[in-house]
Design a protein around this ligand. Structure first.
Ligand code: TPP
Ligand code: MG
Length: 665
C-alpha cells in the first residue's frame, strides 16, 4: 500500500502544538488532564497527518474514519486536534473556555457537543468497546454496499485504565473473535494511573492478552514518529484487529513533571508551563499557533475533503446509492406503522396467550421485514430473549453480511457495541439479555441515554414471574433503577398488542434509547378490539373503564395487568367500580399533558400493582395511594406459587382496594 506522507517536516511542531494547547487550556481552567494529551501528541499527530480520512466541513460523512479517545480524561487532545483541523465550532475561544458552562469543550468529550466527537467517553473502557461496535458496523455495511461506498477505519486511543476495565476484556475478546481488522487500538503504555505506577495494581502482559484474543500486536516507542507510521501501516495490512502498545511518557514535554502521576489530572502550574515552553522551544502566547503549524494541520483537512469529494462521486454513480442513503437516513416510520397496524389487527383478533418475550419475537418479524437495517443480537440468550426473527442470519468473521450478532456472554460489551453500531450509522441495533442483567450493562445503557442514541434493549424474564431460576435472576429493583435514568424510555407491555406498539416506538425513536421489560410467562391478550392508535405511546391509558363513577383505580404494568383486570372483576361482583389503567411506560406518560394524565388517573383512590419494588410509583399513585408488589428479593419456585407467596394476586389486590377505599372514605 502506498501510504501518504502528508507533512512530515513539521510533525514535531504539530505535536508540540497539541501539547501546548492542552497544557494551556488546563491551566486556564485550573482543571483537567494535561498528561495524556501531552503523552499521546506524537501518536495522534502521525495518525491524523498520515492516515486519518475525514472532512471537517462534512463531519457526518459516512465513509470517514472514526477516531475514539477512549481515555476520555484526555479530552483536550480531541479539542486541540479539532481546533487545528479547522472544525468551525472549535474556535480558540472554545479552548479558552475548556470545562466551562455552555462551552463545547466539556470535561470529557461529549457526543453531540461539538463536531468530530464520535462518542462520549470518560467512563474508562467504554470508548474502546463502543469502537468495537463501530468497526463491526463498518464491516457489516461493507458486506452490504461494497468497498466503493464503505471502506474506513476505526482508531482508538486507550489508556492503562481502559484496558484494566472489565468491559474492555469482553469487547476485545469479541473483536478478536469477529476478526475486526478495521479496528486499530493504540495503548498509551505510560505505566501511570492516578494512584501512581501501574505496578501498584496490575501485572498483566497486555500484549500477550491481546494476542490470545486473536489480535495482531506490536510494540513501539510512542514518540518515534516513523515507528508509529510503520506500525499503523503494518496494522492496516493485517487482517486481524490491531493493538499497538505505544510506550509513552505521560506529560511529555514538561521537564520536571513528565513521567509522574502528578501530570495525570492537575494543571502543570505557571512555573512548569513556562519551563515546558522553554523546553519545547515554543515562544508563542497561549492559544497562539504559528502559521506553519496551522497550515500543516489544515492540509490534513484539505486532503480529507478531496477524499470525501471522490467518495461522493463514486456514490453518485453507484447502483446502491439510494439504498445506502435510506440506510443512513431516517427510519421509514410510515411503512412500519402500516405493517404494525396490520399485525395488531391480527393479534387482537387472534388474542393469543403468549409471553411478551414471544410477542416481541412476533413484532420483530414485522420490524425486521420492514426495516432492512435492523440488526439483532443477544448475550447468549437468543432462545430465551426471542430476539432472532425467522429470516435473520448470524454475523461471522467469514461473513459480515448477516444481521444477527451472537454477542456471547458479554452483556456490557453488547451494550457498548450497540452504542457504537448506532453511532456509526446505517444500522439500528437491538440486543437482549435477562432484565436482571441490565446491571451488567448499565454504564453503557447510561451512555446510550446521555448521548441520545436509539438503541433498543430487549430485556426478558422481567419479574418473579420467571419462577424457578430464583432471586438471582428475578429483578425487583431493576425497573425502578432504570426508570430513574434520564432519557431512557422503559416500556413494560402487558400483552401482544402493547408489545407491538412498544416495538414501533423503539424502532422509530430518534434520540432516546428504549428498554423493553418482557415476561417469561404467558399473558392473555387484553386489547381484543383493534384500534389504529398506538395507545402505548401515551404511556398509560384506561384499559377497563367503569360505567359510572370510579370507586378505585387499579394501575398496573406488564404481567400484573392481568391481575388488576381479575381484581376489578372481583370488586365489581361486590358492587365496587374499579377502573384498570395499563401503564406500560412511566416516561411516556409523564410526557402527556396534565389534562390527559388527570383523566387517566381519575379522582378515586389509586392502587398500583407491579411485581417489583414501589420506588418510583408515588408520582403516579399520589400521597394517598397504595401499592401491591415486592418489598424484598424473590425466591425459587414455580411462578404461580411465588405470586401467591408474595401476595400479588387478584384476591390480595381486591382486598387492598377495599382497605384503601375504607381508609379514604
Ligand atoms: C470507569 C471509570 N473509573 C474510574 C475513573 C476515574 N479515572 C479517570 S482517569 C483514571 C486513571 C486512568 O489511568 P490511565 O488510563 O492510565 O490514564 P493516564 O493516567 O495514563 O492518563 C481514573 C481511575 C473513570 N474515569 N472511569
Ligand atoms: Mg496510564
Amino acid at each position: 500500500m502506498n501510504l501518504p506522507t502528508r507533512t512530515t517536516a513539521s510533525e514535531a511542531l504539530m505535536a508540540n502544538a497539541l501539547r501546548v494547547l492542552a497544557m494551556d487550556a488546563v491551566e486556564a481552567a485550573q482543571s483537567g488532564h494535561p498528561g495524556a494529551p501531552m503523552g499521546l501528541a506524537d501518536v495522534a499527530t502521525v495518525l491524523f497527518n498520515r492516515f486519518m480520512k475525514l472532512d471537517p466541513a462534512e463531519p457526518g460523512w459516512p465513509d470517514r474514519d472514526r477516531f475514539v479517545m477512549s481515555a476520555g480524561h484526555g479530552s483536550m487532545l480531541v479539542y486541540a486536534i479539532n481546533h487545528l483541523l479547522g472544525y468551525d465550532d472549535m474556535e480558540a475561544e472554545q479552548l479558552r473556555n475548556f470545562r466551562q458552562l455552555g462551552s463545547r469543550t466539556a470535561g470529557h468529550p461529549e457526543y453531540g457537543h461539538a463536531k468530530g466527537i464520535e462518542t462520549t467517553t470518560g467512563p474508562l473502557g467504554q470508548g474502546v468497546s463502543t469502537a468495537v461496535g463501530m468497526a463491526l458496523a463498518e464491516r457489516m455495511l461493507n458486506a452490504r454496499f461494497g468497498d466503493e461506498l464503505v471502506d474506513h477505519w476505526t482508531y482508538v486511543l486507550a489508556g492503562d485504565g481502559c484496558l484494566m476495565e472489565g468491559i474492555s476484556h469482553e469487547a476485545t475478546d469479541l473483536a478478536g473473535h469477529l476478526s475486526l481488522g478495521r479496528l486499530i487500538v493504540f495503548w498509551d503504555d505510560n505505566r501511570i494511573t492516578i494512584d501512581g505506577a501501574t505496578e501498584l495494581s496490575t501485572s498483566t502482559d497486555q500484549q500477550a492478552r491481546f494476542a490470545a484474543a486473536g489480535w495482531h500486536v506490536q510494540a513501539i516507542d510512542g514518540h518515534d514518529t516513523d515507528a508509529i507510521a510503520a506500525a499503523i501501516t503494518a496494522a492496516r495490512a493485517d487482517e486481524r484487529p490491531s493493538m499497538i502498545a505505544c510506550r509513552t511518557v505521560i506529560g511529555k514535554g514538561a521537564p520536571n513533571k513528565a513521567g509522574s502521576h502528578k501530570v495525570h489530572g492537575a494543571p502543570l502550574g505557571a512555573e512548569e508551563v513556562a519551563a515546558t515552553r522553554e523546553a519545547l522551544g515554543w515562544s508563542f502566547a497561549p492559544f497562539e499557533v504559528p502559521a506553519e503549524v496551522r497550515m500543516a494541520w489544515e492540509a490534513v483537512a484539505t486532503n480529507g475533503a478531496a477524499d470525501r469529494a471522490a467518495w461522493q462521486q463514486r456514490k453518485g454513480a453507484h447502483p446502491l446509492a439510494a439504498e445506502f442513503d435510506r440506510a443512513f437516513g431516517p427510519v421509514d416510520g410510515k411503512a412500519l406503522a402500516e405493517a404494525m397496524t396490520a399485525h395488531k389487527v391480527r393479534v387482537s383478533a387472534e388474542a393469543p396467550k403468549v409471553a411478551t418475550r414471544k410477542a416481541s419475537e412476533l413484532a420483530l418479524e414485522v420490524v425486521n421485514a420492514t426495516l432492512p437495517n435492523s440488526v439483532g443480537g443477544s448475550a447468549d440468550l437468543t432462545g430465551s430473549n426471542n430476539t432472532r426473527s425467522s429470516a435473520m442470519r448470524p454475523v461471522t468473521r467469514q461473513d459480515y453480511g448477516g444481521d444477527y450478532i451472537h454477542y456471547g456472554v458479554r452483556e456490557h460489551a453488547m451494550a457498548a457495541a450497540m452504542n457504537g453500531i448506532a453511532l456509526h450509522g446505517g444500522l439500528r441495533p437491538y440486543g437482549g439479555t435477562f432484565l436482571v442483567f441490565a446491571d451488567y450493562c448499565r454504564p453503557a445503557i447510561r451512555l446510550s441515554a446521555l448521548m441520545g442514541v436509539p438503541v433498543t434493549y430487549v430485556m426478558t424474564h422481567d419479574s418473579i414471574g420467571l419462577g424457578e431460576d430464583g432471586p438471582t435472576h428475578q429483578p425487583v429493583e431493576t425497573i425502578a433503577s432504570l426508570r430513574a435514568m434520564p432519557n431512557l424510555t422503559v416500556i413494560r407491555p402487558a400483552d401482544a398488542v402493547e408489545t407491538a406498539e412498544a416495538w414501533e416506538i423503539a424502532a422509530t425513536s430518534v434520540d432516546t434509547p428504549t428498554l423493553l421489560c418482557l415476561s417469561r410467562q404467558g399473558l392473555p391478550t387484553h386489547r381484543r378490539v383493534h384500534s389504529d392508535e398506538n395507545r402505548t405511546r401515551s404511556g398509560a391509558y384506561l384499559l377497563r373503564p367503569t360505567s359510572g363513577a370510579r370507586d378505585v383505580t387499579l394501575i398496573a404494568t406488564g404481567s400484573e395487568v392481568e391481575i388488576a383486570v381479575a381484581a376489578a372483576g372481583l370488586l365489581e361482583a361486590q358492587g365496587i367500580a374499579a377502573a384498570v389503567v395499563s401503564a406500560p411506560s412511566f416516561e411516556l406518560f409523564a410526557e402527556q399533558d396534565a389534562a390527559y394524565r388527570a383523566a387517566v388517573l381519575g379522582n378515586a383512590p389509586r392502587l398500583g400493582i407491579e411485581a417489583a419494588v414501589a420506588q418510583g410509583w408515588r408520582e403516579i399513585l399520589g400521597e394517598g395511594g397504595a401499592f401491591v408488589g415486592m418489598t424484598g428479593f424473590g425466591a425459587s419456585a414455580p411462578a404461580a406459587d411465588l405470586y401467591r407467596h408474595f401476595g400479588i394476586s387478584a384476591e390480595a389486590v381486591a382486598e387492598a382496594a377495599q382497605r384503601l377505599i375504607a381508609k379514604t372514605a
